[in-house]
Design a protein around this ligand. Sequence first.
Ligand SMILES: [Zn+2]
Length: 458
Amino acid sequence: VDTVIRNGIIVTASDIYRADVAISDGVISTIGHTIEPTSATEIDATGCYVIPGGIDVHTHLETPSFGAVSVDDFLTGTRAAAWGGTTTIIDFCPQEHGKSLTDALDEWHRHATGNAAVDYGFHSIVVDPSPVVLEELRHLPAQGIPTFKIFLAYRGMSMVDDLALARIMDIACESGAMVMVHAENGDVVYHRQRTLLAQGHTEPKYHAVSRPPRVEAEATARAIALAELSGASLYIVHVSCQEALEEVRRGRERGVKVWAETCPQYLFTSEEDLDRPDFEGAKYVFTPPPRHRHNQAALWQALADGTLQVISSDHSPWNFRGHKDLGRDDFTKIPNGGHGIEERLMLTYQGVEQGFLTLSRFVDITATSPAKIFGLYPKKGTIAIGSDADLVLWDPQAELTLSSQSHHSALDYSMYEGLSIRGVPRTVLLRGTPIISNRNLAATEPRGEFLSRILAKC
Ligand SMILES: [Zn+2]
């Protein structure tokens, strides 16, 4: 035994109980009340919940877009994740037009190797589905990458058509992969953007006007219908509104293999933020856009009742100065993206504080369900003998005021500036070794490893 965590309350997606945890070689070796005193490192978890490390299945580190690169690399991004209680991320690896998926994945391995503070996997984004690339896709699950993402949005950049989506779904089904879809109707968004700009509407708030809820709901319904026809497993990223939730709910009721996530920004920001003065609305330009407030309650409800299974961050950080600035005269040129790799668990926990979520549901949507859906369970996402000792000592009484002054992302602003929250990760262990210890950085050397993932065959 290397480490024993004593006096905590263990919370999993199914249970809450008092027990101590012993860790050997980075793995949980005993859970019980009778772990003898040893020479092992003792960690006192009095007053804390002991929860599985968070799993963030939607991040964009060091990613080129809008002629720039998102501001967190694997070093700063994964360190921020650890500060927030996340011990595994799955980052999106985008194909470049005319290049292979393998080239892109090789580059992503170079980004991450030796730089990641937490464990990581990759999803492959297909933007240019040529016959060669489609053939390549079949072999990705064998390389530990069983999740393919496509965009139905971003016409002229990364959007693919329904023919490509149908083909990719069949390939996913045959090769044991799942298709992830950014669901917005890119043609309609493009049309509305051109119309708004022609009318002289250039400010950030028109970002939301150009892509209203029905644009998202239509593409969500279409992706679900195609999955139903193909038999493929489908995951809808960043569901933002009631209209799209209704489509997910209908699909699941029909027995379609569809899962879906939302992100904290849809629970804590609204379209009013896009109208902040002095161009500050640009800080809230992410896609889908922040919605009318009434959607927040609908999303909390969907997280609670299982319509949504996961909360991810969609961490895609662009500085206010130097990046968001690019769209001062044209909202379509504002780099799309927000942040949340550090804040995700803390913000979601406010749902427990406010009575929207049970403690076990909080663990389920931040760790357990992501592990199950994305092929990491039971190595990750739970507290069980034989699972990796990725553990968070969660202090439910500790309070924190969120700010760009104190966050660990390289981003030059916070969407949550001044927001006070209760419930903070005090100590964070990756495979038994603290990364964060009593709110101090413990590990200086990044020791995150690539996670090869396998899904159950479609
Ligand atoms: Zn994203």
